[in-house]
Design a protein around this ligand. Structure first.
Ligand SMILES: [Zn+2]
Ligand SMILES: [Zn+2]
Length: 288
């Protein structure tokens, strides 16, 4: 068995463990496990070879990350040939089709637009990072498909490229100069983190590119508030594995897995889904 298929098995096994505890997550987990496996396959076969020539320049920029400027503030999103984008998009759509039979007709429309080169795939991935949802909205309207389908496709397109990029430059990023709640690689905000090791050091994990970076415990990743009086967290009764942090100043929340309590059996890429019950609690408390 290759390393990557071992890793896929590990993620699948961890997803099964979560589903035993919380059967309602079964479908979401199966979907996620499949998309992660396809993204890893695409990273290996399509993205990594295409990124190779740009890596020296990107690695050099990675060492200059700091002072609030993420890697993608310093360099453009790397180019991929249109054929690579097309293959990535079609593979992702295959997974969506398998798990969302109800969206079949919409998936077929998007697939047709890709095959006839009527969809700006790179543009969709880029629009996710620039935070401008206009292109996604415009394209879903133009094609007459559900906007959430287009949003999900954009996220998974960007992830496929950026996870590969992030792991290619791991070890090069100067985390010392990075005190932001935004990702030092792609600049996205995240609401997922974990505490690890003695002293329970806090790390945030980017939900887009997967980068993990150390972050101050008493600080809001969204507005930078460091006043302990207006920051806090909830735990769920006796269950000490999860913390729901909140900031009274901006009303945002973030979710932290205490790995000292949780043990190491669940890989961090499943934390967002694993902690989805905290999203529901946050919503009930009026956090966003
Ligand atoms: Zn990122
Ligand atoms: Zn805040």
């Amino acid at each position: 068995m290759t390393d990557s298929s071992k890793r896929d098995m590990g993620v699948k096994y961890a997803a099964d463990r979560i589903a035993i505890e919380r059967p309602r997550l079964r479908e979401a987990l199966d979907f996620l496990v499949d998309i992660l496996a396809v993204q890893r396959e695409l990273a290996r076969e399509v993205v990594s070879p295409a990124l190779e020539p740009t890596l020296p320049r990107v690695r050099e920029a990675a060492r200059r990350v700091g002072g609030g400027r993420s890697l993608l503030d310093l360099v453009d999103l790397p180019e991929l040939p249109p054929s690579a984008w097309e293959m990535i998009a079609l593979k992702i759509l295959e997974v969506i089709r398998r798990h969302r039979r109800d969206l079949e007709s919409h998936v077929a429309i998007v697939e047709g637009a890709i095959k006839s080169k009527r969809l700006d795939i790179r543009g969709l991935a880029e629009s996710l990072l620039s935070g401008g949802g206009e292109l996604v909205e415009r394209e879903s309207e133009r094609l007459g498909v559900e906007a959430p389908l287009m949003e999900t496709l954009s996220l998974w397109l960007a992830q496929t490229l950026l996870r590969s990029l992030s792991s290619a430059i791991a070890g090069e990023i100067g985390f010392e100069g990075w005190r932001e709640g935004r990702c030092p690689v792609c600049g996205s905000h995240t609401r997922v983190g974990y505490m690890r090791g003695e002293g329970r050091k806090l790390y945030l994990k980017c939900s887009v590119c997967g980068t993990e970076w150390p972050f101050q415990r008493i600080k809001c990743p969204f507005c930078g508030n460091e006043d302990g009086q207006t920051l806090g967290f909830y735990t769920l009764g006796e269950d000490r594995r999860f913390r729901l942090y909140f900031c009274e100043r901006c009303g945002r929340y973030w979710k932290v897995v205490d790995e000292e309590e949780a043990g190491g059996q669940i890989p961090a890429e499943l934390y967002d889904v694993w902690t989805s019950h905290l999203d529901a609690i946050a919503k009930r408390k009026g956090l966003r």
